[in-house]
Design a protein around this ligand. Structure first.
Ligand code: HEM
Length: 141
């Protein structure tokens, strides 16, 4: 019973986290299309900060806590698929951290990446999430 509630909570917050990770680079694209110093730009800074603070930060914490609680409940520490999954989740967490630092740069008026680079960058979480789901469901090793 505990296991099923933990798993339901884990999947719900995975959905919130992934939704935020897909949305934020898209916000960056629109942000960069706004004129520097304009009102519209200030609105994007605010939206990005809220998405990071209200959706992304709580979600990553809950996903990690419930994921580790599941692994402990099922005593999966020696499972190869879990090691591979955790490595990919670490990369995904690093991607999240990079988005946070990119939002700070945008708020300072810097625009390090082009719109095209941001769109390509946006593919990263989708690819990682697909491999993570295959690892946890198919368990190839
Ligand atoms: C530190 C991070 C994470 C840890 C430690 C973790 C660990 C786990 C564990 C132990 C399970 C239970 C497996 C079972 O029922 O036998 C699970 C389920 C699941 N996880 Fe994670 N997870 C993490 C992050 C993620 C992420 C980022 C995703 C997706 C992008 C994800 C997707 C899933 C899915 C879809 C399930 C349900 C699989 C099923 O029903 O069999 N997890 N996770």
């Amino acid at each position: 019973m505990t296991y099923l509630w933990l798993k339901a909570g884990h999947i719900i917050f995975v959905i919130f986290w992934m939704a935020g990770l897909f949305m934020l680079p898209r916000y960056f694209v629109y942000h960069q299309e706004a004129e520097a110093g304009s009102n519209e730009e200030a609105k994007w800074v605010d939206r990005e900060r809220k998405l990071l603070k209200i959706i992304l930060l709580p979600s990553i914490i809950v996903v990690w806590v419930l994921g580790l609680a599941l692994a402990a409940t099922l005593n999966l520490w020696s499972a190869g698929w879990l090691h591979a999954k955790m490595l990919l989740v670490l990369i995904l967490s690093g991607y999240h951290g990079y988005l946070g630092s990119y939002a700070t740069k945008l708020a300072r008026g810097e625009r390090p990446l082009s719109g095209k680079q941001l769109r390509m960058f946006n593919e990263v979480p989708g690819i990682l999430a697909a491999v993570i789901v295959v690892l946890v469901v198919v368990r190839p090793f």
